[in-house]
Design a protein around this ligand. Sequence first.
Ligand code: GAP
Length: 507
Amino acid sequence: MSTADSPTDLMERIVALCKRRGFIFPSSEIYGGFNGFFDYGPLGAELKKNIRDCWWNDMVRRRDDIVGLESSIIMHPKVWEASGHVAGFTDPLVDCKVSKQRYRADQLFFAAVVVDGKTVGYVSALESERTAEELQAAAENFKRKKAIQGKIEPVQPHDMTEAKPEEIPLIPSPATGEPGSLTPPRSFNMMFQTNVGAMTDGSSVAYLRPETAQGMFVDFKNVVDTGRVKLPFGIAQIGKSFRNEITPRNFIFRSREFEQMEMEYFIHEDADWAKCHQEWIAWCQAWLLSIGLPESHLSLYAHPKEKLAFYSKGTVDIMFKYPFGVQELWGIAARGNYDLTQHATASGKPMEHFDEATKKKFVPHVIEPAVGVDRILLAVLCAAYAEEDVKDEKGNVEKRTVLRFSPRLAPIKVAVLPLIKNKPELVDVAEKLYRKLKRKWNVFYDETGNIGKRYRRQDEAGTPWCVTIDFETIEKDGTFTLRERDTMQQKRITEAELFALLEEKVY
Ligand code: GAP
């Protein structure tokens, strides 16, 4: 379907389309941009809002067991001490002392160059889909340059967290190509700090939240006391989170300011947590399909037991095949009762639930599906993007770029197009229809350019339908031409049928 040559090309085209059509811009672009921050333009803001609305409707409004919450972004600093973020929300960081570049140690790979069983040097490469091939090529290049004779062995890639102290001075920096400038990995806390109030000393330090989840734990008691909820039940929240990522990358995939949609599902301590975990994994997969992501691009990754935090019972990520590789989209974690217990201990306020049946108090356990809005948006863009050869009205082959968004997510649901703009009878009908549709949906009115060009513009914006008001509309039965984005087929449709179509497809 897509004619892009390579994954890098494809990403570049998607990024270019996002800029050209007003989906996503680099933040503060007139000042050169700001790494890890992005702005959503008119189409992007609509697309993002539609993702949020679909999730909120399906997760909160259409269920009886989940309630919503909007907690503050800056919370008491003790929240982050109790949650473990102050001590442990870190990534391993490696500095290059010469270039001043910073790398995440687990994303910087190295390998020994081994010739005839002897290590003769080291090569390095940043993590990519082709890390091993790049390291192999670099090793062969190293051997050639140094005119070393003998048989080179296949490289064994390791990341910098695995480097032995004596190896670090020998590993070349990716920035300079020379060894000797990389520091040993050290822990870097990813929370953004700020000061609250007039003082800027240690006592006023606060943090921008790195996840929305803690709001749900801290307000657990408030919701239980006011929300008439009964176990099992969930609290859901959508909101911005902030992480000072060492290496923001892959466009909006890993940024420093992003939006999360998280839900904490509280269950009885004796409940079958594994079954509940599986049910939520299935729910999340089905939801991704409902917004149009193809099943072929989704897969599951179960975190190995030995890499889980001590309190965690299991984490499964739903992975998406992005052009730059298969990456985490949605994490579904079984977190036991760790978070509520931590906050109960630190605040001195009990977080227990009373079991009417056994007359016993206990701290509920939690299953947490946590996903990034921006990551979903990027997955949706990548899956929807296509370039095709099509024939114009004269039979000439031309390229069309199309975003095949599901109608649920499409930023513009319908474009209303009067066939010609200098015929008042046509324009009058078109404007009336446009105003009527606009009460319920985001629709677009376009009267400039020939009709073929107007269709193409809507294809690039991902608009599922165009409605053309033509002479048949005003001279015959009042029907319009409905042009379907994906098939490009056209048919006559009445106003009532158009409204019924939208009601059915946009929910
Ligand atoms: N409360 C659990 C939690 O926050 P996480 O795996 O760190 O877990 C959940 O984040 C989701 O948030 C991820 O699966 C991803 O979709 C999104 N996310 C995390 N860091 C991100 C970043 N730097 N940029 C964009 N999205 C991010």
